[in-house]
Design a binder for this molecule. Structure first.
Ligand SMILES: [Fe+2]
Length: 338
């Protein structure tokens, strides 16, 4: 079972809306090598694991749980790049305000969604209310057949390393497509986390006898030339991995010691969950009829918000997992950057 905290795993840096950058980022969400693929692939591999190779299962599942947060982060980033893009006029023009009650729907025959006819994917404004879709940058729907979970541990780890390396390659290409700060902050974070995940699967294959020589990371170049990436790597974000288990994990038996890059850097498995970044969510968009609450429905929403939660003793049987166990290792660390 899984728990969640209403925070993002990395911050959304504000900049103007850009439906073209948003559409490029769809590849990182719903593409063949995107975050939906990594999430589903690692979760299926761990759910379907056979035998007693527990440290390897913990390692795959820990990364899989992190990928849920990556899907959330990249979806939210696409949302911010799209939100208000109905009035985007390009770099030389003036974009409208990002949020708020921006347009009266179709008042006096106006066309507040006219821009939908020019953006890369009309579905961003026609099917969705200026928000992300589970598709790639060419509009192809995400496919379950992308998921590779053969049940052969070595093969699965090899494929996972290829998946992370291809994800990092595509994100490096994405970085070079747009200087939008919202876009680049998330792409940079994912470049660095893909680096860490390359280390995770390479280290697991090392434990099975592989010697990587000078192969890693892929693509093999100086990523610190990207300022946002450099900042994260200086914090060691590419060398850390949370296991995301509240009841103790054996991931640290594998993800520790020298990094497979052979550059003298050291890997660290972290018991504590990431701190996360608070996030306010999206405002309503009247021209998209989203959330589409009439005054009467809005009053019912407000009444619901005013309702009191159940008193202690009326609670359901669900209790805090921390009260039930906590870390098996007993080690407590401060929440860290990732
Ligand atoms: Fe990811």
């Amino acid at each position: 079972m899984f728990f969640h905290v209403q925070k993002l795993i990395n911050e959304i840096v504000p900049d103007e809306p850009d439906p073209f950058a948003a559409n490029a980022l769809q590849e990182g969400l719903g593409g063949q090598f995107g975050e939906m693929r990594t999430m589903m692939q690692y979760l299926f591999q761990s759910f379907n694991a056979r035998g007693d190779a527990t440290p390897f299962k913990d390692l795959i599942q820990g990364v899989g749980v992190e990928e849920i947060s990556h899907v959330e982060l990249i979806t939210t980033t696409i949302n911010h790049l799209l939100d208000g893009s109905s009035r985007y006029r390009g770099k030389s023009g003036k974009a409208g305000p990002r949020n708020g009650r921006s347009e009266v729907p179709g008042a006096r025959g106006s066309t507040p969604l006219e821009r939908a006819l020019e953006v890369p994917n009309i579905h961003h404004m026609l099917v969705a209310p200026q928000t992300a879709l589970p598709v790639d940058s060419a509009g192809n729907p995400w496919l379950g057949s992308y998921v590779y979970a053969s049940g052969n541990l070595t093969l699965d780890l090899l494929y996972n390393l290829m998946l992370e390396a291809t994800g990092r390659l595509q994100k490096c290409r994405l970085y070079e497509m747009s200087s939008n700060k919202t876009f680049r902050a998330t792409v940079s974070f994912l470049i660095v986390r893909d680096h860490a995940h390359e280390m995770v699967f390479a280290k697991a294959l090392e434990a099975l006898g592989v010697n990587w020589g000078k192969t890693l990371p892929i693509p093999n170049f100086d990523a610190t030339q990207y300022p946002e990436v450099n900042k994260l790597m200086n914090q060691g974000v590419h060398l850390q991995q949370h296991h995301f288990r509240l009841d103790g994990s054996e991931m640290g038996k594998i993800f520790q010691g020298p990094a497979p890059t052979g550059d003298g850097s050291m890997l660290e498995t972290q018991d504590e969950p990431p701190e996360g970044v608070s996030y306010d969510g999206l405002s309503e968009r009247l021209e998209e009829f989203s959330p589409g609450l009439s005054p009467e429905l809005q009053e019912l929403v407000e009444a619901t918000k005013r309702m009191s939660p159940p008193m202690r003793g009326e609670e359901s049987s669900v209790t805090s997992p921390r009260r039930n166990g906590g870390s098996k290792s007993g080690r407590r660390r401060k929440p860290s950057r990732v």
